[in-house]
Design a protein around this ligand. Structure first.
Ligand SMILES: NC(=O)c1ccc[n+]([C@@H]2O[C@H](COP(=O)([O-])OP(=O)(O)OC[C@H]3O[C@@H](n4cnc5c(N)ncnc54)[C@H](OP(=O)(O)O)[C@@H]3O)[C@@H](O)[C@H]2O)c1
Length: 248
């Protein structure tokens, strides 16, 4: 798949490097063409190195396993996709799917500069509110992106810190990370599911795009807990204690 990424920061780097490792063609974009090109070159190098046997994944926290060279996730040597950099409009035109990975403050400018290429395309929105403490449901980045671009937005990847997306693969206590997806368009959701599974994660149906605001609120709330030093994962019970679930 050709993946255009609006953004050349941490999220573009982490996700783009993993997807290049899985064989996708990546084009990132930022405000500084030289810095973006340098980052793209580094991403290509990292994606290639990750496919080398014996290259460890990110480890370092108890219960986190980075599996080196897991089949179907990082590419084997020579199977990584190309990583290039372009303008916002070039990345928008390049992608079969376009990932929006810019700061909230830049969204309007970046979407305007991306031009009409986004119309009707699958767009994966990873953004969060700039200040989770001041989260405002009336200012949903996902709904703003849908309105300004005319693309088919799927909200995803916004619940976890960038370092999680660098893991190969994100597995905690033996359980692959589940990634909720909120979107309306079947083709865009299918593309997003592929991007999730190519990281070694499990896609979860999070409902339509209207529920993206809930995903954004969840991120803001969880980030608040994490920054307060709480284990946000511990606040939710297992499925069998969810009340709503009737085992088959
Ligand atoms: N970092 C995380 O742990 C994490 C996790 C989940 C979701 N997110 C969300 O993902 C998005 C990207 O995060 P990131 O960590 O990749 O951020 P980052 O490293 O700071 O990169 C931000 C990107 O946005 C671009 N941008 C365009 N207009 C901008 C403006 N006016 N002000 C600031 N940046 C502007 C930057 O362009 P240049 O390249 O020219 O600087 C850069 O490419 C954000 O919405 C963030 O909330 C982040």
């Amino acid at each position: 798949m050709r993946i255009g990424i609006l953004g050349a920061g941490g999220m573009a780097d982490a996700l783009g490097t993993r997807w290049a490792g899985a064989g996708h063609e990546i084009m990132i974009s930022g405000r500084d063409a030289r810095a973006s090109a340098a980052r793209a070159a580094k991403m290509a190098e990292m994606a290639e190195a990750a496919g080398m046997p014996g290259t460890p994944g990110i480890t370092g926290a108890p219960g986190i396993t980075g599996t080196p060279g897991i089949t179907g996730t990082p590419g084997a040597p020579g199977t990584t996709g190309r990583v290039t950099a372009g303008s916002w409009a070039e990345a928008a035109a390049f992608g079969d799917v376009v990932v929006v990975a810019v700061r909230e403050a830049g969204l309007v400018d970046v979407l305007t500069a991306s031009g009409p290429a986004l119309r009707g395309k699958p767009l994966v929105d990873v953004t969060n509110a700039a200040d989770p403490a001041a989260y405002d449901p009336a200012r949903s980045p996902a709904l703003l992106i849908a309105r300004l671009s005319g693309g088919h937005v799927v909200k995803a990847f916004n619940l976890c810190h960038v370092d999680v997306w660098r893991m190969r693969p994100p597995v905690f206590d033996g359980r692959p990370l589940a990634v909720p997806l909120c979107g309306d368009d079947p083709a865009a959701l299918a593309a997003a599911r592929t991007l999730v599974t190519d990281l070694g994660c499990t896609p979860v149906d999070g409902g339509g795009l209207a529920r993206a605001t809930q995903l954004e609120a969840t991120a803001a709330f969880m980030i608040g807990l994490w920054f307060g030093g709480a284990d946000a994962q511990a606040v939710l019970p297992p499925l069998e204690w969810s009340g709503a679930h009737t085992p088959a």
